[in-house]
Design a protein around this ligand. Sequence first.
Ligand code: NIG
Ligand code: FE
Length: 409
Amino acid sequence: MSKSLIIRNIAELAGLVPAGVLRKCGAEMSTVDSLRKAWLVVSDGRIAAFGDGTEPAADAAIDADGGMVLPAFCDSHSHIVYAGTREGEFLDKINGLSYEEIAARGGGILNSADLLHNTSEDELFRQSKERLDEMIACGSGAIEIKSGYGLSTEDELKMLRVIARLKAASPALIKATFLGAHAVPRNMSKDAYVDLICNEMIPAIAAPTLKPTHAMADFVDVFCDEGFFTVEDTAKILETAARYGIRPKIHANELAVSGGVQVGVKYGALSVDHLERTTDAEIEALKGSQTMPTMLPGSSFFLGLPYGRAKEFIAAGLPLALASDYNPGSSPSGDMRFVMALACIRMRLTPAQAFNACTLNSACAMGVSNEVGSITIGKRANLIITKRIPSLTFIPYHYRTPFIERVLL
Ligand code: NIG
Ligand code: FE
């Protein structure tokens, strides 16, 4: 017998989206539908009913005590499986070195790859689980996690096994992305490494049953940017992944106008992420596609990069997602509350636009907006119960006030 749970005394239940709406584009992003003085019933871990009138009976109750209830945040881009941290590079940055200069010295991703190689799988799981729990406490209920600090078949598989363990150990909805093409390992040419990714790594990841649903990665990613992988490298990797039914999500246009958006759209990428540097050609390329443009204001903040042209993307009628990019080099925070605040304060999105980008659209960017990202009958009851706050706008405005009373996953 499944038990039902009612959440009552909700001042405002926000983020209502009709079933079947999997993303919001352009002007649709400006509204967040809500219900005042509401209740919500959870049954079998899913949203079973909600309303604003007479409360139905239920087996158990939670009193929201005049707080708001929101869908938990969705974070479609993170790199939380890593070993150790990179404080030394933080100091280098303070002293004036750029992300590219640190990488060129053999720091950056290669530094994390060395640390990961020398860390046991159990310890890697322990460190990553801590970060995952921290993200959940900050309100995230669905999280994509990438490999990419292995850079050898053995270590990439080690990372993907850790992500599989996180999936099993956490109530959050987790998606795994294979990012072998994150950097070229030492002592190997780029071409040889791309061949290794295509001929050895992707087949090994897809191998367990050769069915995409049983692969060790849900998605494939490439860091398509200046000094890392070219459009040609990316196309080769995406073509290989497509043969195994694995869809791409692409790192593009962080360091330069890379062509990554166009190659991502061409291969049906679920999302193209970063986009700190884009021209009108990228906006045009995305029109009419199913690819979700995803911006990561936490890395613009931390690295001092330009913020993406979010308002222009939305004005062009495009959807937009936001994610944390939580990683040790360019965004050492997985707090979506801060992402939402940065989007409003620095990118000038309205709180409604930022909220839609951090929930439904971020879920869509990892292919799970049929399951999470809004208050919709049948979706998982991944919810935030807030303290008493005046409105949704208060969240990014009073950006350091801990507004979360409880995260229910
Ligand atoms: O998304 N840009 C590439 N990858 C990460 C940074 C990884 C790192 O520096 O460890 C990012 O910003
Ligand atoms: Fe990233």
